[in-house]
Design a protein around this ligand. Structure first.
Ligand code: MRU
Length: 346
């Protein structure tokens, strides 16, 4: 029995559980997990069972509501300090995606403006609002994207910024879902995305399921497909955008953007407006997550694929220069990098 019914994360308010798909098992096993345990929530984010910037933000909001609903705290002070403790721990899980911090801080603010009697109820209501808001925002990104990309049929994407990275639709893949609904004939090329293979395991899985013509390529084939005119536009998601438009996304994104510029192919970043981090002047200020090198040397392989003790660099994200980005597709419309500053007061 599926609780999620096509969504990636959810809030089972009847049983007070955070529900998620364990994405580390995809595409071979589809498993929904329901939990009210902080350790399990923390590990789910850290181990990328729940991943993708919007999804981890929404899951954080749900988790905090679930944890506070089961709290035995007696006073308002105890409730607020418990909420802050959990929120601050979850923020540390993954440093690059602004959405996680954004959601945790929204929940903290909600606690601060509540009282002992409406504390739990308000947090639950906010978590549910964050879920429905994510669905609406991604839908809008899809609609704006489908409009601006109406003359394009074939798209390259990197990592997974589809429905598995949000609640539904996703960001970079949302325009594809909308175009498919409109009956347009489209093709997607998915970079496999080393080392965690989000493109192979997740993007090609969800696009195939949606009946979209999908071709999986190795990361080092992006230049080949571009040069051979197989790609009309590149669509990627992102984890954080600085004020000057520099954009952090999955490692390898900046290389794809450089190639796109070389071949004259438009490069779009699709994202909720909340992914802009106006507190950062440029991309050098974005914290980049580093992960265990065994993800490169051992994971997925039957046997070790590198000599014992070899040095590795395993940065999970890189920053694409604003100059390589054609535009950001957001729920507020399509924004060129040079226009970001106009939105700073919103
Ligand atoms: O490490 P992941 O799988 O969480 O990385 C995901 C990405 O880099 C996505 O492109 C990004 O979070 C945007 S998701 C809409």
């Amino acid at each position: 029995m599926s609780f999620l019914n096509g969504a990636t994360v959810g809030f089972d308010t009847v049983n007070n559980k955070a529900v998620f798909i364990d994405q580390t098992l995809l595409p071979n096993v589809y498993k929904e997990i329901s939990t009210d345990d902080f350790g399990e929530m923390f590990e789910a984010i850290r181990l990328l069972k729940v991943r993708g910037a919007p999804a981890i933000g929404v899951f954080t909001a749900i988790s905090l509501a679930v944890l506070m609903n089961k709290s035995n705290a007696h006073t308002y002070e105890e409730l607020i300090s418990e909420l802050s403790r959990y929120a601050d721990e979850l923020i540390k899980c993954r440093p690059t995606a602004v959405n996680l911090k954004w959601a945790a801080e929204q929940m903290k603010k909600c606690g601060e403006t509540s009282n002992k009697d409406n504390f739990k109820e308000n947090l639950t209501a906010l978590a549910l609002k964050i879920i429905s808001n994510d669905i609406e925002v991604c839908r809008k990104i899809g609609e704006y994207g489908a409009e601006i990309l109406k003359n394009c049929n074939s798209f390259l994407t990197h990592c997974n910024a589809g429905r598995l990275a949000a609640v539904k639709y996703g960001t970079a893949l949302a325009p594809l879902y909308v175009m498919k609904e409109q009956g347009k004939s489209i093709r997607a090329y998915a970079d496999e995305t080393r080392p965690l293979l989000q493109g192979a395991r997740l993007t090609s899985f969800e696009l195939n399921e949606a009946g979209i013509d999908t071709t999986l390529i190795c990361d080092n084939m992006a230049s080949y497909v571009m040069k051979n005119r197989l790609i009309d536009a590149v669509l990627v998601g992102c984890d954080r955008v600085a004020l000057n438009g520099d954009t952090a996304n999955k490692i390898g994104t900046s290389g794809v953007a450089i190639l796109a510029k070389h071949y004259g192919i438009p490069f779009y970043v699709c994202m909720p407006f909340s992914t802009f981090d106006f507190s950062l002047q440029n991309g050098s200020e974005i914290a980049i997550e580093e992960r265990n090198g065994e993800e490169i040397t051992d994971l997925w392989y039957k046997e070790k694929m590198a000599p014992e003790g070899v040095k590795t660099i395993n940065v999970a994200f890189d920053v694409t220069d604003a100059s390589l980005i054609t535009a950001f597709i957001t729920e507020k419309g399509v924004i060129a990098p040079s226009e970001i500053k106009k939105y700073i007061t919103e």
